[in-house]
Design a protein around this ligand. Structure first.
Ligand SMILES: Cc1cc2nc3c(=O)[nH]c(=O)nc-3n(C[C@H](O)[C@H](O)[C@H](O)COP(=O)(O)OP(=O)(O)OC[C@H]3O[C@@H](n4cnc5c(N)ncnc54)[C@H](O)[C@@H]3O)c2cc1C
Length: 388
């Protein structure tokens, strides 16, 4: 008989791992979280803090995002100061095809009572007087949020510790020992761990660990770069971004899909210069920063002399269908995955409570409140078994 050192071992201390640890701890599990570096040192510390709504591709995904969004707006009551703001998002549109796609999204949002509208160039100029609108067809406006990602992560990490979970940083998992579809041991350099359930929450690194254990999860990633400027007088009033982030992710050429917001302290956080990458590398590149600066200057000409105070890069993980991956890995009895989260998808309470509403008759089904359009890589058995 095994003697578990925890009920659940969570591997990875980014948003996914820390949040899941929180919900599991609230539900009464004994959890040990193992993080290779420091908390948030992967993609989570690169995050620009935008709480997206308009990018929700399907009706069901939008419902999930709105539930997370509404929860974030009330988190202050739980002692986490997220520096929550509602700047709204403006998606710049330059082709008729983009206009039509976003018109449909705006209609969908309005049906859900989310404030959203299409803006012609005149209206866009009123919303963002500093923006150069030449060459644009207009924009889509949507109600959206912004938060401080570090407060978000550390707030949850503190809550997790208060709830009695163990967080071990500087503890890289070197392998998973599996037998007959069951993970028996989580191997680390100093000691090994045993638990009833093991969760992979390693962001862009998840696919590697899954493969090492003999499993398959097609988490991909691009190399995404960002920067922050010196504080400036107010010049940008909303979160402003270009359409086509996912087209960029697909493309082979390095591309900038600009996303910029000005924070209450006056700094501008500017992302993303994107390159395809087969290796995870967290260094800024000689191409990325000039490319990002040029895109910023093109859209906000008054910012041509602004000073950049810090640059960074991280893998931007995604799945082929761009939806979150939350569920049991096929072929394993006790290996769970949480990957490709965005802020709006971080309400895992239904995961822990086992709020299972499967609809196996269709290609799209719900696992504990999370929606997947391609059931092939997350096991269907997950529909019958909650994590807790
Ligand atoms: C430039 C940029 C801007 C972004 N902006 C936004 C935004 O505005 N809004 C938004 O919603 N999303 C944004 N994202 C995406 C978001 O940051 C990620 O989706 C999210 O952080 C992923 O969290 P995660 O916990 O799944 O992965 P990560 O944060 O990468 O966490 C995985 C962790 O696992 C650890 N790990 C890996 N291997 C091992 C191992 N063997 N043993 C132990 N630990 C291990 C890593 O060290 C890491 O800390 C942005 C991403 C980038 C790159």
């Amino acid at each position: 008989m095994r003697s578990p050192s925890a009920d659940v071992i969570v591997i990875g201390g980014g948003f996914s791992g820390v949040l899941l640890t929180y919900y599991l701890s609230v539900a009464g599990s004994r959890v040990v979280l193992l993080e290779a570096g420091s908390l948030g040192c992967g993609s989570s510390s690169a995050c620009a803090g935008r709480v997206q709504i308009i990018e929700s591709e399907t009706e069901e995904y939008l419902d999930l995002v709105l539930s997370g969004f509404n929860r974030l707006a009330t988190l202050r009551e739980e002692g986490v100061d997220l520096e929550w703001e509602l700047p709204g998002h403006i998606t710049l549109l330059s082709t008729t095809e983009q206009w039509n796609v976003y018109q449909e999204r705006v209609n969908r949002l309005r049906r859900k009572d989310v404030t959203a509208e299409m803006l012609d160039c005149e209206a866009l100029q009123r919303y963002e007087p500093g923006l150069a609108v030449r060459g644009l067809l207009g924009a889509a406006y949507s109600e959206e949020g912004h938060l401080n990602p570090f407060n978000f992560l550390m707030g949850y990490a503190n809550a997790v510790r208060r709830l009695g979970a163990t967080i071990l940083t500087r503890t890289p998992v070197t392998g998973l020992e599996a037998q007959d579809g069951t993970i028996l041991k989580v191997l680390c350099t100093r000691e090994n761990f045993i638990a009833d359930t093991v969760v992979l929450a390693c962001g862009a690194w998840t696919g590697r660990l899954a493969k090492q254990a003999g499993g398959y999860l097609p988490i991909r990633y691009t190399h995404a770069e960002a920067m922050v400027t010196e504080p400036l007088p107010r010049i940008i009033h909303h979160h402003v971004g270009m359409a086509g982030f996912y087209e960029t992710v697909h493309g082979n050429k390095p591309t900038v899909t600009l996303g910029v917001a000005q924070h209450p302290n006056g700094t501008l956080v500017v992302s993303n210069a994107i390159q395809q990458s087969s290796e995870i590398d967290q260094a800024s590149t000689a191409w990325g920063m000039p490319a990002l600066s040029n895109a910023l200057r093109k859209h906000f000409p008054a910012l041509s002399q602004v000073r950049v105070v810090r640059t960074w890069a991280a893998p931007s993980p995604f799945l082929p269908d761009y939806l979150p991956a939350v569920g049991w890995l096929p072929g394993f009895a006790n290996l769970f995955c949480v990957g490709r989260v965005a802020f709006g998808t971080t309400d895992y309470s239904s995961t822990c409570c086992g709020g299972c509403q499967n609809d196996l008759g269709t290609a799209r089904y719900t696992i504990f409140g999370f929606i997947f359009s391609k059931p092939s890589y997350i096991g269907r058995q997950s529909c019958h078994r909650p994590l807790m």
